[in-house]
Design a protein around this ligand. Structure first.
Ligand code: ZN
Ligand code: ZN
Length: 347
């Protein structure tokens, strides 16, 4: 028996060794390259599966306190619509991995202008321009969005020129690389067919105005908070909503972190962690909200901090009922029409 096992192990090692040697041969490498690129191109050409549902994708679940996950980004897609809410660092990579059809992107809605929500605006613009978006990308946001958009347009003017000149203006029309903007007020931001988008005031001092958004589509609805505490406005906007995606902060984790930093004499870092505490919703306040409101599901995103282990996930969700969950990058929610169901797709 021992001898038989030894022979199997030695044979396997021989095969692995032989394969390694084979992969150093240029002709074999070329064949592998051909197969690999063919699979990649096929995958890239595949449209997003057709669905009647309202679909919500997590293209960024992290806050600035988090590693290995992209910063704030949510995509809302219906059969006729595609909007992004914020685009923090790392989010375009996730948008591509999810295979979202950015040539159909109709707008990027900003909740406020902290860097973890705006870092990849130009990457989103560039990616959708390259994929053939037929109109300029509009950036929606509260007061200040004009300054932000003008600044990005000026910063990347040379980049746009290089790319248009290099690939030709027929492939990359210069006018479609320039961002448009629209300053929004709380209330209905846009109505397009069966979709209605409403903005509400978020509490994220000293940032004012900061907003969150509610999407209503054929009887299904999702609210996306951006950065905010739970307030009366949250209760009003989320009334009867199916899904609330809310920024969330774990007080026990941050308290432990603060104590550890102070003990090590890292006073600057400890002060920054202390400052963060009062302008994001605590997990406990959201658990309470889930019990007092009539929202069907509360999903935490913009996690402060991203829990790196299952133990810290449990700490984050202390006392949470089943309809309160943590999100992660590439997770998505499907809300079928004429149904109460929320289907969660995990990566
Ligand atoms: Zn913020
Ligand atoms: Zn933030």
């Amino acid at each position: 028996m021992m001898k038989k096992t030894l022979i199997i192990v030695l044979t396997l090692l021989l095969i692995v060794g032989f394969a390694r040697v084979l992969l150093t041969v240029p002709a074999v490498q070329d064949r592998v390259l051909e197969r690999g690129t063919a699979i990649m191109a096929k995958r890239g050409a595949q449209p997003l599966a057709e669905s009647e549902s309202l679909r919500v994708y997590v293209c960024g679940s992290a806050s600035p306190l988090g590693q290995g996950q992209a910063q704030a980004c949510i995509a809302v897609i219906t059969p006729e619509h595609f909007f992004l809410i914020d685009s923090g660092a790392g989010s375009t990579d996730n948008i591509n991995r999810l295979g979202l059809p950015t040539e159909k992107l109709q707008g990027l809605l900003l909740t406020h202008f902290h860097s973890d929500h705006i870092a990849e605006i130009y990457e989103v613009n560039l990616g959708s321009w390259v994929r053939g978006r037929p109109q300029p990308l509009t950036i929606y946001g509260p007061q200040g969005v004009a300054e932000l958009t003008d600044g990005i347009n000026a910063t990347y003017r040379q980049d746009r020129n290089y790319r248009s000149t290099h690939h030709g203006p027929y492939l990359l029309p210069p006018a479609l690389g320039v961002l448009a903007h629209e300053t929004i007020e709380p209330g209905i931001v846009l109505e397009d067919g069966d979709l209605k988008v409403t903005a509400y005031i978020a509490e994220h001092p000293p940032i004012h105005p900061a907003v969150g958004y509610r999407f209503d589509y054929r009887g299904r609805s999702v609210v996306i908070s951006g950065d905010s505490n739970v307030t009366e406005e949250t209760l009003k906007i989320a009334d009867g909503a199916d899904l609330l995606l809310h920024d969330a902060l774990s007080v026990p984790t941050l308290n432990a972190l603060m104590a550890a930093l102070s003990a090590e004499g890292q006073t600057r870092q400890a002060k920054i962690v202390a400052d963060v505490m009062d302008y994001h919703a605590s997990a406990a306040s959201l658990v309470e909200f889930s019990e007092t409101s009539n929202v069907d599901m509360v999903a935490f995103y913009h996690l402060v901090p991203v829990p790196p282990t299952s133990l810290l996930e449990d700490v984050f969700l202390r006392g949470a009922p089943d309809n309160v969950i943590l999100t992660e990058d590439l997770m998505w929610f499907e809300l079928p029409i004429d149904s109460e169901e929320i289907i969660i797709h995990r990566p």
